[in-house]
Design a protein around this ligand. Structure first.
Ligand code: PLP
Length: 401
């Protein structure tokens, strides 16, 4: 019997590369394959031009200047470059950093390393489970945490598990007032909601190709130019590419692909946000209708800030079922690809640190499922997902007696 592939609803983990992105990338593997640093001949010059055009496009889509974009291998490297690079360079000014409990491990781990090296890190709390703004960070908390020796605040724009969107513009105003630089991990937000570095007022911002229907292995760090100067130490040194800020031969197909991917996201954003929010609401309503004890993790689905902006990513749903193990549900469903809060990531044992930070018990966190709806999902797939989850949970509940 032919094996039918499971429905993919794990778009926070990664996305399928859009065929239009693949098409844009293809010439840069075997036709325009020069090293963009070798501008003395046509092969290199063409690759260099392609990188310049892609950089200009990416920067324009994010409200940045092309010189403010540094290419990396992904958001993990961008976060490391921002946090460790800045801490290393500014240690004589201070050794205190501020971040949030619900950040991605690609922020928390570099911070933990800094603590081992003698830095001090304050991790802020977020609104608790049950609040309509669960997971939200009050900018007031940032103001209270800043000390005379604080050199960096790092707050993500959208959370990869509960989709909460943080008030970055307000946090930036707090940081600016105190003369402290602000880094933002915008990996889950770029391409999903409107993002402009100038409007947000961030000094550094990380993002990644594979979360926006682009390729894996490419990302970028935006570093604001102008005053006050953002100084950081490079973390990867060598050939001096990108002004020495990040050495290594540029990933030309990746850069072209990420730029095309962002163009497509931005073109489709006005309709896609509404479409995904509709699918997500359909999914939540269906689960609530068929199953008892469904608890929403994170902010209320239709929650907005006073300016009318969403407080939750349109394609995100995270729900806990209370009495079953999320991993067991995943094993039970062979036709649906989602992830569970039983393990925060496949590399981290134990329940999700994000859900624990909201105040969920370990058991409740373990019983959760995270859905990331994306470009290729349809209403019919949502109906199938509701059926799969319902029958898996009903079966597990029956077995548990
Ligand atoms: C919020 C956030 N930051 C950073 C990363 C790491 O991104 P990359 O896979 O590009 O290194 C992820 C990926 O899961 C993420 O969701």
């Amino acid at each position: 019997m032919a094996h039918s592939t499971p429905i993919y609803m794990d778009n926070h983990a990664t996305t399928r590369t859009d065929p239009r992105v693949v098409e844009a990338m293809l010439p840069y593997f075997s036709e325009v394959y020069g090293n963009p640093g070798s501008v003395g001949h046509e092969y290199g010059a063409e690759a260099h031009t392609a990188v310049e055009l892609a950089t200009a496009s990416l920067a324009a889509q994010l409200g940045a200047d092309p010189q403010e974009i540094i290419f990396t291998s992904g958001a993990t490297e961008s976060n490391n470059l921002a946090i460790r690079g800045l801490a290393e360079r500014n240690q004589r000014r201070g050794k205190h950093l501020v971040s949030v409990r619900t950040e991605h491990r690609a922020v928390l781990d570099p911070l933990e390393r800094l603590v081992q090296q003698g830095y001090e890190v304050t991790l802020l709390e977020v609104e608790r489970h049950g609040s309509t703004r669960a997971g939200w960070l009050d900018p007031e908390q940032v103001a209270e945490a800043i000390q005379d020796d604080t050199i960096l605040v790092s707050v993500m724009l959208a959370n990869n598990e509960i989709g909460v969107i943080q008030p970055l513009a307000e946090i930036a105003a707090v940081c600016r007032h105190s003369g402290v630089l602000l880094h933002c991990d915008a990996t889950q937000a770029v391409g999903k909601i409107p993002v402009s570095v100038r409007e947000l007022g961030v000094d550094l911002m990380s993002f990644s190709g594979h979360k926006i229907y682009g390729p894996k292995g490419i990302g970028a760090l935006y570093v604001r130019r102008g005053s006050p100067i953002v100084r950081f130490s490079p973390q990867i040194t060598g050939g001096g590419q990108q002004g020495g800020r990040r050495s290594g031969t540029l990933n030309v197909p990746g850069i072209v692909g990420m730029a095309r991917a962002l163009e497509l996201c931005i073109d489709e954003l006005p309709t896609e946000e509404e479409r995904l929010a509709g699918l997500r609401d359909q999914l939540f309503a269906g689960l609530q209708e068929r199953l008892s004890g469904v608890q929403l993790c994170g902010p209320t689905l239709d929650e907005r800030n006073p300016a009318g902006d969403r407080l939750r990513l349109p394609g995100n749903l995270d729900v806990a079922f209370g009495d079953i193990d999320g991993e067991a549900v995943l094993i039970e469903m062979d036709n649906l690809a989602v992830s569970s809060g039983a393990t925060c990531s496949s590399h981290e044992p134990g329940p999700s640190h994000v859900l624990l930070a909201l105040g969920l018990s370990e058991d409740l966190a373990r019983s959760s499922l995270r859905f990331g709806l994306g470009r290729f999902n349809t209403p019919a797939e949502v109906d199938s997902a509701i059926k799969s989850v319902t029958s898996a949970i009903e079966k597990l509940r029956k077995l548990a007696g």
